[in-house]
Design a protein around this ligand. Structure first.
Ligand SMILES: [Zn+2]
Length: 114
């Protein structure tokens, strides 16, 4: 984002210049600069990705769904321990884990995604 920062600094400098022009007789020049700043801000906004829900800006792969969405239940030992879609969260060791719920005995628990 170094490029964006330098462009924003440059924009800020020109806005200050624009403010200096206000009240003077350089109206045409001020209008031209305002239009230039406006289009540059439009470009910057188009390039800046939308915030992703307050997630920390870290380089890491997105969570992936577990390979098996049905596992053997640790309580009733039936193969009815179902992955609950959309339940993936970060685990304490930096990996990801998914929430499972047993369709037979209703046991619930988190499973590490390999
Ligand atoms: Zn069960």
């Amino acid at each position: 984002m170094a490029d964006t920062t330098s462009r924003l600094t440059s924009l800020k400098a020109r806005i200050t210049k624009l403010a200096d022009m206000a009240g003077s007789d350089r109206e045409g020049e001020a209008r031209g600069l305002a239009a230039e700043l406006s289009s540059e801000l439009d470009r910057l906004m188009a390039e800046t990705p939308a915030p992703s829900g307050g997630e920390p800006d870290r380089q890491r792969p997105p969570p992936k769904a577990p390979r098996d969405d049905v596992e053997r239940c640790p309580v009733c030992s039936l193969r009815s321990f179902h992955f609950q879609k959309g339940s993936i969260r970060e685990s304490a060791d930096g990996g990801f884990e998914a929430f499972y719920r047993c369709g037979s005995c209703a046991h619930e628990g988190w499973r590490e995604i390999p």
